[in-house]
Design a protein around this ligand. Sequence first.
Ligand SMILES: Cc1cc2nc3c(=O)[nH]c(=O)nc-3n(C[C@H](O)[C@H](O)[C@H](O)COP(=O)(O)OP(=O)(O)OC[C@H]3O[C@@H](n4cnc5c(N)ncnc54)[C@H](O)[C@@H]3O)c2cc1C
Length: 383
Amino acid sequence: MSAAAESTESESEFGKSNPFPAPLLKKYNLNGDGSAKETIHAEISIEGSGFTYDAGDALAVVPQNAPDLVDAFLEATGLEGSQEVTVGEEVISFADALRDKFDLRVVTKVVLTKYAKAADLGELLVKCADREWVKEYTWGRDWVDVVKEYPPSSLSANDYGSFLRPLAARLYSIASSLHAHPNEVHLTVGTVRYEAYGRAKKGVCSTFISDMWDVGATAGVYFHHNPNFKLPEDGSLPIIMIGPGTGIAPFRAFIEERIAKGATGKNWLFFGDQHEATDYLYQSEWEAYLDAGHLHKVDLAFSRDQATKIYVQDRMRENAEEIWKWISAGGYFYVCGDASRMAKDVNQALIDIVAHQGGMDETAAAAYVKQMQKEKRYGRDVY
Ligand SMILES: Cc1cc2nc3c(=O)[nH]c(=O)nc-3n(C[C@H](O)[C@H](O)[C@H](O)COP(=O)(O)OP(=O)(O)OC[C@H]3O[C@@H](n4cnc5c(N)ncnc54)[C@H](O)[C@@H]3O)c2cc1C
């Protein structure tokens, strides 16, 4: 799924074309000292927005580009930030446009080609026709890198505005239930930071949330409803939740919602990350739920706490018999988080479990899993 957030219907006067200016109430890093990860828990107020949401929905956050990125872009282009540019109907300073309106981070084949044409860069235009070259070149590079490596002979501020992609909102799975936290939305945001081509690079929205969005200040938000990722209406049915890393977010919402609604069905969580000591997100909450009998089973997979890497799908396989019991009792199965590898491995583990435990061949097991998805008993919130 694209990270760009789509519009959804809402009772609210606010939405994609008119995001609600939501104040940040609180934020903190969920990872302990020494972790390689930085995962921000953010609490946001939606009081007065008229928005409602269900557990399983996502929030779109409208970011701003970081000041150091805007400055670096102005320096690379040699253009003045104070000059006025026209963006849609608005006339604003180029610096503000670079902060609020344009994506300076992600370089795509389409935009690179437009740049090569507008900047009259014949050599770059030829290279842009080569998909493999573009894929390799654009990985880890931003528009500052491109302008430095392929300087245009002359391009005005308005020229840049004619081809740079609009700065898109990013989606985050909601980590709270509205019943447990009226007027609030909580998020679990993994910050993207890396070094590439001699500069520190930052994911636009994740670092906007962690570095730039101060408590009390507002940012534009709207909701993205996800009808395919919902709790069973019958609260007596068991649920199995696979949510490593930031994939944990919607399951915090699910448990809060099940408690608020008095659901009696059993809840089983699989969580994983690098190290238990620093990366067990919301550990105290899960432990309290276990003690209180709201959570019935937790299986953990910390990949780097031993010589052999262990992942959530390995824990699933170890628990094959029990997983099959829960599923054949009408249970719901959910996975959230990394789409590129984790969700595929979890899907395969599920098919294998259904095949071995249910006495089916691979094709029949795959069809069974597909049918679960059709019946919305297998929800996927992967990105
Ligand atoms: C339905 C849905 C739910 C989501 N839920 C969550 C959630 O709960 N929590 C969460 O944290 N995220 C979630 N996401 C992902 C989120 O929307 C953003 O994609 C994420 O925060 C990164 O956005 P960004 O603006 O910080 O990074 P961007 O500015 O978009 O940059 C990300 C890009 O940087 C590049 N990049 C990243 N790392 C490297 C590297 N090491 N080397 C080179 N290039 C690199 C890649 O091209 C990558 O696509 C969800 C996405 C969807 C679609």
